[in-house]
Design a protein around this ligand. Structure first.
Ligand code: NAD
Length: 503
């Protein structure tokens, strides 16, 4: 049997565990929705049914939030070293089931195994990194004033709602949940309705790793009922959200009555700036990697290619040649780079931009079509050229393997174009002139800038965006600033005398 056939057989085998449905996971138990309703998850590979999924609603969230409040009391009182041990056990559980996670993620989301195998292991790394930080989570500072010492200590904020999107859902869930647990918070997780399978595996692994009951709860369902209730629930103290900017805005409104703290990782329209003095071979590889890997369904994808005028034609040809040589196919074929987009609705949105590009007067230098001989949501890797920054294809997040190339005149023009969007998540910069790199990196309106490299993540470094791309930072100690409250305790030094107001 070929590796491809073996992958398909194994995926089918792993899927069998869901033949009675993908359950919610509340208070340490797998449960159907309280009202007994379900929704279907289909595969974008062939549009066939994969499993029915418990459709949690308000009452399921209420149950989960109450369990999380009880779980919080036990978990937050536990010593950091004990939490560290359990979080490492979760990482071990992920590694042990990495193939199962990767294969199910591929058929549920359409992401290729090439990338999902690594994403499952990245999830384990997220748990290991934050496991070791659990020990220091409560640490604070001591701040001296004459006659007084201030001591700060951090406390977990309480039960937290975690709402995640469908792009690389397993890895992203671990990215939000691991620091919450390390801080001492309990969680209620509402995964995206398009990709529910691996969230259930993660909850199973966590509960088997010895987490006390109620610390990790999972409620599947739609944004407008389960998601909304989570953001409004009085027992939930904060919402960690990854998704679209417009949903972030809704969540902020929904959370207003309960003064919910919110952390937002939202959309992007990230520029990659390529100057004539760059190493063009490397820059082209990075540009191609950052837009076509993960099907372009990636918040940090470099979806606007800004190229210095003098090399614009040449560089666009380099990118188009590479794009035309990328294999699109079944996500479980080990050769596949680009799999199908997550859902027919999303595919329709991405395809609509091909018409938009033509109507706006841009040229299609590569791709621009649905893949003809495949049944699922397969779209060709696409490059739009002869574009300018006022076009919709340059301003709106398409969230697929679609790149818009725009020429610029000089440094000033490059920065002006790069910053002229509502988003500000990431920026990429290619030049061999160090002075220029520093100056431009400093001027880009973005939470993260990579100079002469693709996005390479370092867990202690801050991750997050500005403008419509988000509020707050993840990574390192920044995560704890969101999941924890700081208390200041002030001690008077010996000999302190309070002022006397009476005579
Ligand atoms: P989405 O906003 O449609 O959905 C995300 C989640 O929010 C889902 O679980 C959904 O059910 C839930 N939701 C929807 N309406 C809600 C409501 N009213 N109240 C509470 N929850 C609600 O996003 P998506 O289409 O699943 O994901 C793609 C988006 O995510 C893109 O915009 C992408 O850029 C963004 N993203 C950002 C980052 C980042 O780090 N900045 C990372 C990954 C994805």
């Amino acid at each position: 049997m070929s590796t491809f056939e073996q992958n398909k057989a194994d995926a089918a085998g792993f899927l069998k565990q869901f033949e009675h449905g993908v359950m919610n996971y509340i208070d340490g138990e797998q449960k159907p929705a309280l009202d007994g309703t379900w929704f279907d998850t289909d595969s974008p590979v062939d549009l066939k049914f994969l499993a029915k999924v418990a459709r949690g609603k308000e009452q399921d969230i209420d149950l989960a939030a109450a369990a999380a409040a009880r779980g919080f009391k036990v978990w937050s009182a536990m010593d950091g070293k004990q939490r560290q041990k359990i979080l490492h056990a979760i990482a071990d559980g992920i590694v042990a089931r990495a193939r199962e996670i990767a294969l199910l993620e591929c058929i549920d989301t359409g992401q290729s195994l090439k990338f999902m195998a690594k994403a499952a292991l990245r999830g384990a790394e997220n748990f290991r990194f934050f496991a070791d930080k659990a020990v220091e989570a409560q640490d604070g500072q001591s701040l001296y004033l004459a006659g007084q010492v201030n001591i700060t200590k951090r406390y977990p904020i309480g039960p937290v709602g975690v709402i995640t999107p469908w792009n690389t859902p397993f890895m992203l869930s671990t990215w939000k949940i691991a620091p919450a647990l390390a801080a001492g918070c309990s969680i209620v997780h509402k995964p995206a309705e398009f990709s529910p399978l691996t969230a259930n595996l993660l909850a199973q692994i966590a509960n088997e790793a010895g987490l006390p009951k109620g610390v990790w709860n999972l409620v599947n369902g739609m944004g407008e009922d389960a998601g909304k209730r989570l953001t409004e629930h009085p027992l939930i103290k904060a919402i960690a959200f990854v998704g679209e900017s417009s949903t972030g805005s809704l969540i902020q409104k929904q959370g207003a009555d309960t003064l919910k703290r919110a952390h937002f990782e939202l959309g992007g329209k990230n520029p990659i700036l390529v100057f004539a003095d760059a190493d063009l071979e490397k820059a082209a590889d990075a540009a191609v990697f950052m837009i076509y890997s993960l099907n372009g369904e990636r918040c940090t994808s470099s979806s606007r290619l800004l190229v210095e005028e003098s090399i614009y034609e040449h560089f666009c040809t380099m990118v188009a040649d590479r794009a035309n040589n990328i294999k699109v196919g079944h996500p479980l074929d080990p050769e596949t780079v680009i799999g199908p987009l997550v859902h027919p609705e999303h595919e329709a949105k991405v395809l609509s931009y091909f018409e938009t590009a033509k109507a706006e007067g841009a040229s299609i230098a590569a791709g621009g079509k649905k893949v003809a001989n495949l049944n699922g949501c397969f779209v060709q890797p696409t490059l739009f050229t002869q574009a300018h920054n006022k076009m919709r294809i340059a301003q709106e997040e398409i969230f697929g393997p679609v790149l818009t190339a725009i020429p610029f005149k000089d440094d000033e023009d490059a920065v002006a174009i790069a910053n002229d969007v509502e988003y500000g998540l990431a920026g990429y910069l290619w030049s061999q002139n160090v002075e220029r790199c520093w100056k431009i990196a400093d001027q880009l309106e973005a939470g993260m800038v990579w100079v002469n490299s693709e996005n390479s993540r370092h867990l202690p470094a801050p991750f997050g965006g500005v403008k419509a791309s988000g509020i707050g930072r993840d990574g390192g100690d920044w995560s704890f600033e969101f999941y924890m409250e700081t208390k200041n305790i002030s001690f008077a030094m010996a000999g302190h005398t309070p002022p006397k107001l009476d005579k």
